[in-house]
Design a protein around this ligand. Structure first.
Ligand SMILES: Nc1ncnc2c1ncn2[C@@H]1O[C@H](COP(=O)(O)OP(=O)(O)OP(=O)(O)O)[C@@H](O)[C@H]1O
Length: 487
């Protein structure tokens, strides 16, 4: 029998007296025994890591928790004896189990029912291993009810979401890259009961792909096991989505980004170089920067901020505002306010409150990038001022006339998010925008929406405020460093 006690942060287990070092090994300890007060050292198991507590045999409770290791997680279980003690308020194991579960799930609901999409091709075929070794053990330990769907074709997750019985589930976990969450939100949108579906289901990502921006930005990690723990324990948040239209109407919902110019060419135009891994992107960017490739276009915006000072003020004011999670969505939550079928891509007509960006910049554009999450990939903190629920799209425009060294320097320091302060880089928050590419006839290029290839044609996007239920560690994006810069 070993000692254990409840601390303000978690349970302290006296490690010196048991051998609970291997995944799945059960040990016996006592909470509320005569050792209770004498235990001063030992291992703290934070409440955050405790995923399940249940009543055991003979007045004991079984505590299951996640142990974080360098690149993976392990599941441990201890059986705690709760023999009655006048020093402990909880005199029976049922009361103690309930108390520990409440402490462990202070910010979230336990025992959820989820659909998991596993894309076997994600992450160059590693997704299955990541899921079975890292994600699934955490979900099982937390007693999640899981309906596992192995995607068998591109578009499978969209088709599934369009038809699925939303009453049976609390949410969707995408064991994939960013492609599957993109499919999931678009499938939800295609439902006739979309307001109910978006109100009911959360959508999140266990990072098993090559691009995992959603997990990195929302859960603060690229480790699949830790992400699973954050999913189980994180806050439910209502985040904004972006509705991207072409001349025919809504084309895609986008949760992450739209880009045209150097980044789109480096991302999508280098698909054939996949064998090079992540370096293909860096090589693609370098080639375009050093050849000063430009992407003429026209851009109109409905602004929220006019300059970087206003951007900082906007961020400071909204940084701590908790996103409301309980307001049910209605059909009007999905109405497009800026799309006018007759006028959208008519260059002479802008809706009121809109303006064209400086043509000297857009005629010589290097990068057009709009986003809703700070981290686009590992070490790429492209939108440090992004906020989940501020009703705005972050827009960054690189002027292609800038000095090569300055552009290269900005792109080499994207991890720190300092590029947005450079004078040749414009960063504004907008409610909606219109992008009209003006490439020479026959010139091949790309528009990327959430990393997926889309035709080069005029597009218009607008914010759909707070329609995506997702999960974030601490209820906010991973720190981007922007607040420290403007404080
Ligand atoms: N069984 C399948 N076969 C082929 N494609 C699939 C299959 N399942 C899903 N897909 C497609 O794979 C695309 C990429 O998936 P995902 O984003 O999960 O992985 P990834 O490794 O991050 O990919 P990428 O390297 O393209 O960013 C998705 O957009 C989806 O449409």
């Amino acid at each position: 029998m070993v000692g254990a006690k409840i601390d303000s942060q978690g349970i302290i287990i006296d490690e010196s007296r048991h051998e609970d070092h291997e995944p799945g090994i059960t040990c016996v300890c006592s909470i509320g025994s005569s050792d209770f007060d004498r235990l001063s050292g030992g291992k703290l198991v934070p409440f955050k890591n405790i995923v399940w507590v249940e009543v055991g045999d003979n007045q004991s409770v079984e505590v299951t928790y996640v142990v974080e290791k360098a690149s993976e997680v392990a599941i441990h279980t201890v059986v705690a004896d709760v023999s009655p003690s006048d020093r402990v308020a909880e005199v029976n194991s049922k009361a103690l189990a309930t108390k520990l579960m409440n402490l462990a799930y202070a910010d979230s609901e336990p025992h959820k029912s989820v659909v998991v999409f596993l894309n076997p091709h994600s992450g160059q075929g590693k997704a299955h291993k990541f899921y079975t070794h890292q994600v699934e053990p955490v979900l099982k330990a937390a007693r999640y009810r899981v309906e596992l769907v192995n995607t068998t074709y591109s578009g499978h997750a969209t088709d599934y979401m369009r038809e699925m019985d939303i009453e049976k589930y609390d949410g969707v976990i995408c064991a994939s890259g960013d492609g599957i969450p993109h499919e999931v939100v678009n499938g939800l949108y295609q439902r006739t009961d979309r307001a109910e579906a978006f109100t009911k289901l959360f959508v999140c990502q266990a990072p098993c792909g090559s691009g995992n921006a959603m997990s990195l930005s929302c859960l603060g990690t690229l480790n699949p096991g830790l992400a699973a723990l954050e999913i189980v324990k994180g806050h439910v948040v209502r985040a904004d989505l972006m509705a991207v239209c072409n001349s025919r109407g809504l084309s895609k919902l986008s949760f992450l980004s739209q880009t045209f110019g150097i980044i789109a060419e480096a991302d999508i135009g280098t698909e054939w170089m996949r064998f090079v891994g992540q370096a293909r992107f860096d090589i693609g960017v370098a080639v375009k920067v050093f050849t000063k490739t430009q992407f003429p276009c026209k851009i109109a915006v409905k602004r929220i901020t006019n300059n970087k000072q206003e951007l900082a003020d906007h961020y400071r004011e909204r940084y701590s505002q908790p996103p409301s999670t309980n307001v049910p969505l209605t059909a009007t939550s999905f109405e497009l306010n800026s799309f006018e079928a007759d006028h959208n891509f008519d260059e002479d007509h802008l809706p009121s409150g809109w303006e064209w960006l400086d043509e000297k910049v857009t005629d010589n554009l290097a990068i057009f990038y709009t986003g809703k999450m700070p981290f686009i990939s590992k070490d790429v903190n492209f939108f440090p001022a992004a906020l989940p629920n501020d009703g705005s799209i972050d827009m960054i425009v690189f002027d292609g006339r800038s000095n090569i060294i300055s552009t290269a320097d900005a792109l080499l320091n994207l991890n720190k998010g300092k590029h947005i302060w450079k004078k040749d880089i414009d960063h504004i928050k907008v409610e909606s925008y219109r992008l009209i590419p003006k490439l020479a006839p026959g010139r091949k290029s790309y528009i990327s929406i959430d990393g997926e290839n889309s035709p080069v044609e005029p597009i218009q996007a607008e914010i759909l405020h707070g329609v995506l239920k997702t999960i974030m560690t601490g209820g906010r994006f991973k720190e981007s460093g922007f607040m420290d810069k403007i404080r």
